[in-house]
Design a protein around this ligand. Structure first.
Ligand code: ATP
Length: 603
């Protein structure tokens, strides 16, 4: 539950703090609403006691006329309330639009949005239109109902006090108890709603991915595995919706306690109240306060807080109020300096991506995870160079894809970066240190290279997984297995202590084990040379996302469009003129990349 809307409150306080005038005027009009409520019950009670029951019909009609006048006041009253409401709601809408535009501009200038995906445009448009309207409507609804409940309750309770203080003894305790129950459900219900939304989104993503990869799934015969993983997500979605339903039941109970119980108690306590001199008119007035004013206001408040309130929090968080130190609504965010996208033949010094370690040294002080300086490599004295004067820098924490036609030199590049192939000219540095002259043990601490033909040896599953990190704790191993989604595979193999015969494993199974081995390894750089080509697209996506989330840098030789799109940056190897940039940028300026994308889309 921690964190639900945590960053929204400071911004909300600042926003409301700057609009004290509008709040006061709104309070003024709302006081009239309290007076209207007060008059409704009070006049009814007096009409009975001093009019009809006392045999004075004219007096009774007079009091009813006053009540009717109070009701007629409702029209101008609501007009005043809505005018003040607009003074609160419209500035909020303007501030959100400004904020969405600022964020979109900052994302566009930085070359991508904050999440590193190429979705800035879609999100920005959604924030500008649909989400802004959700915030505006939900906020207006919340202010309207919260204010209405507060002033209606004030008018009704004052009326009860004026009619007979004993009425408060009967009405107030269940009202407070129900309200406390309701407030108690707010936090867990918001958390349950969030969990439900997350589970629902995960399921939607999975179904979309399954749809896209149906042909591969069928071709690879992995339908059962894909179905099993989807079933887990369906179960999770069902579980979260049951939790949500339980909290909704508690909320309904709270509404019953606060709204219906006072009515019941009032009727049950009628003899006791009459004994204490409470008049029949006062009882009738109290009933009118409960049934006509308090109960509807309470019902509206609970519904609005429960539905619109949660929706408002979630959407405001998506506007970027999730950090407690979020800037003022409307203030432009400091543009996060992203590395300028340049041709790979120009030295590129990307700054570290989102910090994954507690301390982020100044960007200039941190050498890139991988740096190639004018690297040239040919496989023989007379052979044309495969890599020629290649300059490249991959920032720490980056996820980069390498693409290019077959035979262009992708594997050669991974071999050079991994320190397995020595360039004829130029130098290769990992985390600022040259790889040349390092032994196998030294290199293993710096990077893991997983080739297309994954290496699995005869030994237990655990030995295979912990080969590069024997000291991995049991919980860390469980987390890795879970992140890569290979628990079913391990189950099929007979568990972690089962013995593996490499010849009995499929290519995909070997790749899964090798990917998990790389995941737990302490090396800060992972290089995947078509290491997922035997996995179905869903398993590939899960593995790549898990490895990208792992602290460190990820370089993937991509063989599918989806794999290239997942990466923040793409390096297109194109003979002597490589190109480096985001998917969208390369679509604009690399003919080879457009061709590759066209080819991937057609297969
Ligand atoms: N050991 C080697 N000896 C000689 N030539 C080689 C050697 N390895 C690769 N080559 C050649 O170098 C070029 C680049 O090969 P590389 O395997 O790096 O390309 P690639 O882009 O990874 O290809 P693919 O997509 O087919 O894996 C190719 O022409 C290949 O024939």
């Amino acid at each position: 539950m921690k964190g639900v809307g945590a960053g929204v409150w400071p911004a909300a306080r600042r926003f409301l703090g700057r609009r004290k005038g509008a709040l006061l005027r709104l309070g003024g009009w709302s006081l009239l609403e309290a007076a209207q409520t007060f008059l409704g019950g009070y006049c009814l009670a007096r009409a009975l006691d001093r009019g009809f029951l006392a045999g004075d019909t004219r007096a009774g009609l007079g009091w009813l006329a006053v009540a009717a006048g109070a009701i007629l006041l409702g029209g101008p009253l609501m007009r005043g309330v809505f005018a003040q409401l607009a003074e609160l709601v419209e500035p909020l809408r303007d501030a959100l639009v400004r904020r969405a535009v600022d964020r979109a501009m900052a994302g566009a200038l930085a070359g991508r949005d904050g999440g590193g995906r190429d979705r800035a445009d879609g999100r920005a448009v959604s924030r500008l239109t649909h989400q802004t309207e959700i915030v505006r409507d939900s906020f207006a609804g919340l202010v309207l109902t919260a204010r209405s409940f507060f002033f209606t309750a004030a008018g009704a309770l004052t009326g009860l006090l004026a009619l007979a203080p004993e009425l408060l003894v009967v009405v107030v305790p269940p009202l407070l108890l129900g309200l406390a129950m309701f407030l108690g459900t707010l936090a867990p219900m918001a958390a349950a709603q969030r969990a439900f939304l997350d589970a629902d989104e995960a399921l939607t993503d999975r179904v979309a991915a399954l749809g896209a990869g149906l042909r591969d799934i069928t071709a690879c015969g992995t339908g059962a595995e894909a179905a099993a993983r989807t079933r887990e997500l369906i179960d999770a979605a069902a579980r979260t919706s049951r939790v949500l339903a339980r909290w909704a039941a508690v909320r309904t109970l709270a509404l019953g306690v606060a709204g219906q119980l006072p009515v019941f108690l009032l009727l049950a306590a009628a003899p006791w109240l009459l004994d204490r001199g409470v008049t029949a008119g006062a009882l009738m007035g109290a009933l009118a306060y409960l049934v006509q004013a308090l109960l509807p206001a309470l019902h509206t408040l609970m519904t609005a807080l429960g539905a619109a309130g949660t929706r408002l929090l979630v959407v405001l968080e998506r506007f970027g109020f999730e950090e407690p130190a979020a800037p003022e609504p409307g203030a432009s965010e400091p543009a996060v300096p992203e590395p300028a996208v340049r041709e790979a033949s120009v030295p590129v010094q990307p700054e570290p991506r989102t910090p994954r370690t507690p301390h982020t040294p100044s960007p200039r002080a941190v050498p890139p995870a991988v740096e190639l300086r004018s690297v040239t490599l040919a496989y023989g004295p007379g052979a044309p160079p495969v890599l020629e004067r290649l300059d490249l820098a991959v920032g720490r924490g980056e996820h980069m894809a390498v693409v290019g036609p077959s035979g262009i030199g992708k594997s050669t590049l991974t071999g050079v970066v991994a320190g397995l192939l020595a360039p004829d000219r130029g130098s290769v540095l990992l985390a600022g240190e040259p790889v040349a002259g390092r032994g196998a043990r030294d290199l293993a601490a710096l990077r893991v290279l997983i080739p297309q033909q994954a290496y699995v040896f005869t030994g237990t599953v655990r030995e295979n997984l912990l080969h590069l990190a024997p000291d991995t704790s049991a919980p860390d191993l469980v987390r890795a297995v879970d992140a890569l989604g290979i628990d079913a595979l391990i189950g099929r193999l007979g568990g972690l202590e089962a013995r593996v015969e490499p010849g009995t494993l499929s290519q995909g199974e070997r790749q899964s084990l090798a990917l998990c081995r790389a995941y737990v390894s302490p090396a800060p750089l992972l290089i995947l040379d078509e290491a997922t080509c035997h996995l179905d697209p869903v398993a590939e996506a899960r593995a790549e996302l898990a490895l990208a989330e792992r602290p460190g840098t990820l370089i993937v030789v991509a063989h599918r469009l989806s794999s290239a799109r997942r990466a923040g940056r793409v390096l297109v190897l194109d003979g002597t003129s490589p190109a480096y940039g985001t998917h969208d940028e390369l679509l604009g300026r690399s003919a080879l990349y457009r061709d590759l994308v066209g080819h991937w889309q057609s297969v």
